[in-house]
Design a protein. Structure first.
Length: 135
């Protein structure tokens, strides 16, 4: 069960025929995401296991899961935006129920990301799940 914003991304990916267009769309999603304030780019919020620098700042309130994120790589910022669309607004229990690999497979990301990027994406999902489990 993904958040509705993720379904919009899935529909856009279905409309875009080739991976180059999808890749550009991922980058545009990253550009559209607000940057994380530098004061939150601290070791405690840094995601380990990513080739790029990645920070995720949890924002959980009113029983809903949300986060801010940033990276020094535009494609990774786009992946953070996709994860934000996948999880934002769900309850922590719903976050844990999301089958992220299956949902992300709907976008065909596994076939087009380098092994380092795939590992980084997996690390981000693990961090999000850990945050939700602790909420």
């Amino acid at each position: 069960m993904a958040a509705p914003a993720f379904e919009d991304i899935v529909e856009t990916f279905e409309f875009l025929d080739d991976w180059e267009d999808r890749y550009r769309h991922v980058i545009e999603l990253g550009k559209a995401m607000p940057p994380l304030d530098d004061s939150f780019k601290v070791p405690a919020l840094k995601v380990q296991g990513c080739a790029s620098q990645v920070w995720l700042r949890p924002l959980i309130g009113g029983g809903r899961f949300d986060f801010q994120g940033d990276s020094d790589a535009m494609i990774v910022r786009g992946l953070i935006a996709i994860l934000h669309a996948l999880y934002s607004g769900l309850t922590p229990a719903q976050v844990l129920a999301v089958d992220a690999p299956a949902e992300l497979a709907r976008l065909g990301l596994n076939d087009h990301l380098s092994s380092q990027r795939s590992n980084g994406l997996r690390s981000m999902v693990e961090r999000i799940r850990k945050i939700a489990a602790e909420a």
